[in-house]
Design a protein around this ligand. Sequence first.
Ligand code: NAD
Length: 504
Amino acid sequence: MSDETILYSYSPATGEAIGSVPVTEIQAIPGMLNRARVAQRRWGDLALEERLRILPRLRGALMAQKEEIARLVSWETGKPFAESLAVELIPGLDMIRFLRKEAGRIWKPERLGLGWFVHKRSILEHLPLGVVGIISPWNYPFGIPFTQVVVALMAGNAVLLKPSELTPLSAVRLVEIFHQVGLEPGLLQLIAGDGSQGAALVSAGIDKVVFTGSVATGKKVMSSAAQGLIPLTLELGGKDPMLVLRDANLERAANGAVWGAFTNAGQVCASVERCYVERPVAEEFIAKVVAKTVQLRQGSPLERAPGGEVVVKPVDIGPLINETQRQKVQAQVEDALQRGGRVLCGGRPRTDLPGYFYPPTVLVDVPPAAEVWQEETFGPLLPIAVVASAEEGIALANQSRYALSASVWSQNRTLARTVAGRLEVGTVWINDVIYTYGLAATPWGGFKESGLGRTHSAIGLQDFTQVRHRNESYYPLTSELQWYPYTAKKQVWLERLFKFLYGR
Ligand code: NAD
């Protein structure tokens, strides 16, 4: 919630106000961009090794403050403390490790082979883009922007960060940490506000936008970026399918389904949002999933003891981020029920708890046209459909405009790889879900409407640079065969050259 000048942050678990930040005036953005440009020129000119020197201090600061950061994220999002600690911190720490080990290799100038042109030399140089605008969502308010910011900076860019209006405090903390370890403040500046500030940032004259959020907003960002032909990376929504084949380890598959669907209360771009199970094992698998789901403990991750001390509570699922999200989830359940679907557990908002709690919900017999199969839920719903064959599962899995990630569950490597190879998604896991987001070495990004470009991995690191090709000729000739004048003698030489080079 915000008034004109202040952005307030509330705990979605308890409703209590936990802090506020001043909204960045839109008129201030051009000045911030200028400041970033000035700082970036010096920073971008430094040797990579110089920039990387900040990383050990950054790692030290994250390690020293990890509990505090995790508590803040749990207050702002309501997610269990264990999830905040692991999923908000590990991706950043692993990215720091990866950058220290691999950035020199990934961004080093690269000599290209030129075939017959052995007397010439071509080199690719990976250069900073300039000022990168990073716009981030609320579901991982520290982990997502942290990995993107650290890569953008190490590539030699400056960053203007626009976090979600629902979780500004986590981003304030993130920026403070970079400044604490000695980063020049102009290199990383925070723009606090909502979509208006985000839109103003995209059209301010930045050199790249890295947007993580919904498909609908991603399309607006892309359309605005097109006006300035700004390169962009889009990390958008998902509707991830899980295919449980008849030879799967059902205990592992059921545990994977429950965690994959309900971690972060299902508010994960790569949540398991559709589950297809082969008929021979469907009954047993569904029974296991329901039995495990009803055991999950839901509640506020933190509580204040009477003395004011913060106590971490042992919960598995927190609340949804706000009432709008909760109503969206409930509307999908009602739509599924109206179409003949059945709820096996959950299915109604929790009125016994404060905040925006919705129980983990398993649905079956829901027809394919229902919203819960078509639209991203971003909540704790797991619809399960029984399929006659892997073939039917593959066809259903691919029937989506979203294509971020998917999982296949089978103990037969050949079969699992064959099925995985037919899924149209950016990442496919065999017998696992989601976790590679936390690994810096593996790429992240989707096909179709789930996004464009990649973050993480060597591919993601390249996406934060622009490439200059340098070609060199040092041999002592005064002219080239293809230069003027076009004489008959040259024509003869050219024909001979054709034969020699490409005739065989
Ligand atoms: P959102 O699209 O509502 O907002 C994302 C960010 O964009 C926020 O900071 C918001 O203020 C800003 N914004 C809003 N309008 C804008 C505009 N016109 N121009 C520029 N910026 C604008 O998304 P959300 O609700 O914060 O996040 C949830 C969505 O994010 C889900 O769809 C989820 O799947 C997706 N997501 C994707 C990934 C991924 O890696 N693919 C990761 C996390 C979340």
